[in-house]
Design a protein around this ligand. Structure first.
Ligand SMILES: [Zn+2]
Length: 512
């Protein structure tokens, strides 16, 4: 196949250049100047002067469950994403201890909204991905919260030496089976109950080229201490560090991303391979339980539900609660009640105060509630995007939860190109494409992808840089991107003008 009339953006950060791309089988075999392909050649795709670039790599996805859903998850491929790094924020779908499926599903597995079935070890889970197939390529991390659940359960218990060794053995098994690294979610139970030494002990098991990716312990007033902890873990464990979805949440903390980036720059200058990722929005999205004090879940989800009915516990939650309920929108619930609505509005309707409203919803939905939180500043989003070490990651919550998910699930990559490149000119097109391709490929060790060059796998996107955008909103997120012409995986066009070809052509990848 010959792609002619292309404006090639090769993913390295080099400026766009006109050219032709020759694809044979699954690989790029040549990148040529314009006019090389004879006019009468067969099997030609005319890019019409539009950009042709490497398929995007979503540096931070939670679509772990996509392969085992009956429905094809098109949320990422429609954006031009051909590879997703999953298993983030401490939550992966394996390993699960035999007999622990139900507790896992209510604990670290709650995020995914599915009942695990048929797998326990990482190798079994990876085999399940391979058997089910996937729309995008999948690069799995193993989650520390999942490891902790498998060995010591959902509580705040301190691991014994034996527990720590058992968690390490499960991590070794996951790495041997093809995991790309270890993730932590140090605000989420049960990962949040780990001290720094526990994480270092596990991260030491990582080979130097595998990544430790962290949803760090604090993204608000304690941001800088949390950055320091991530850097310390990388130094003492001798591994690469990825700070997930770097941000400063809460008006009082806006601007803290600047000293945070300075600390990351200093760590890099001293030799630590550390980078970060970001989604291009001022709202975040997570479980509603994260809006309440961390001790609520320290004895597991069943005890948390009991505590939510206990007047004394409620008084303690009230004393510690963040009063900014108007920043919380419910995005999905198990029953699909309350979706798309903000807490104060629901409180009025229910005749309750805001905390009572939160508690009512958590009890009714047995904690299965996700939210969108309006907490960041546009200036900070731009500051983080300007760092050349910021990769783009959607942080989209798992597909299939329904409701009104954060629009990042459907629009992260087109939005960077439309809003932050074309309209606001925060970074240029070639640099934005680099952050979506070769940078995450290098961070995570994604094999054969991330640059448009001879010998690379032909995962490609054709897009119109003057049009590409996502017009989804917080109230109406699930709209298709515009300006994505076609998406190719391994030499096969799988989406053309927004129409999906219908077969899962992604692969589970193993580290380069
Ligand atoms: Zn996270």
């Amino acid at each position: 196949m010959k792609i002619i009339n292309a404006l090639i953006v090769d993913g390295t950060g080099a400026q766009p250049r006109s050219g032709e791309v020759i694809v044979e089988g699954e690989s790029i075999t040549a990148v040529e100047p314009p006019g090389t392909v004879p006019p009468d050649a067969a099997d030609v795709i005319d890019a019409g002067g539009r950009v042709v670039c490497p398929g995007f790599i979503d540096a931070h996805s939670h679509a772990d469950n996509a392969p085992v859903l009956a429905e094809d998850d098109l949320s990422k491929i429609s954006q031009g994403v051909t590879t997703e790094i999953v298993g983030n924020c401490g939550s992966s779908l394996a390993p699960i201890r035999a007999g622990d499926d139900a507790s896992f599903a209510q604990g670290p597995g709650r995020l995914f909204g599915i009942e695990p079935g048929g797998w326990h070890s990482s190798a079994e889970w990876f085999a399940a991905i391979d058997a089910a197939g996937s729309v995008t390529n999948v690069c799995p991390l193993v989650g520390h919260g999942t490891l902790r659940q498998a060995v010591i359960g959902p509580t705040a218990a301190v691991p014994t030496e034996d527990d720590l060794a058992a968690m390490g053995d499960l991590l070794d098994e996951a790495l041997a089976a093809g995991a790309f690294g270890l993730s932590t979610g140090l605000i989420y139970p049960p990962g949040r109950y780990a001290d720094t030494a526990e994480v270092i002990a596990l991260a030491r098991r990582l080979p130097a080229d595998r990544v430790y990716a962290s949803h760090i312990r604090n993204e608000s007033a304690g941001l800088l201490d949390a950055i320091d902890e991530a850097v310390r873990i990388g130094r003492e464990a001798g591994c690469r560090v990825q700070v997930s979805h770097l941000k400063a949440a809460g008006r009082a903390n806006w601007g803290l991303v600047e000293p945070a980036l300075e600390r990351l720059d200093a760590a890099r200058a001293s030799g630590l391979p550390v980078t970060q990722d970001q989604y291009p929005y001022i709202a975040s999205s997570t479980g509603l339980t994260s809006s309440l004090s961390g001790w609520l879940l320290d004895a597991g989800p069943a005890e948390a539900l009991r505590r939510l009915r206990d007047p004394d516990a409620l008084e303690r939650l009230r004393a510690e609660a963040d009063p900014n309920y108007d920043r919380i929108m419910i995005s999905s619930t198990r029953s699909h009640a309350y979706e798309g609505r903000r807490i104060p509005e629901l409180a009025d309707e229910l005749g309750l105060d805001p905390l009572q409203t939160v508690v009512r919803i958590l009890l009714e939905e047995e904690l299965h509630v996700t939210t969108v939180l309006f907490t960041m500043s546009e200036d900070d989003v731009a500051t983080v995007l300007r760092s050349p070490y910021t990769a783009i990651g959607s942080d989209g919550l798992p597909p299939g939860l329904g409701g009104t998910p954060h629009p990042r699930l459907y629009g992260t990559f087109p939005r960077v190109l439309g809003e932050y490149v074309r309209r606001r000119k925060i970074i240029d097109l070639a640099e934005a494409v680099r952050r979506m391709t070769s940078l995450p490929a290098a961070i995570f060790g994604v094999p054969g992808r991330g640059t448009l060059a001879r010998g690379a796998v032909a995962d490609l996107v054709c897009l119109d840089p003057d049009v590409v955008d996502h017009e989804g909103s917080y109230s109406d997120p699930d709209v298709p991107p515009v300006g994505i012409g076609w998406v190719m995986q391994r030499g096969r066009v799988v989406i053309k003008d927004g129409v999906w070809g219908g077969s899962r052509h992604g692969l589970r990848l193993t580290p380069a």
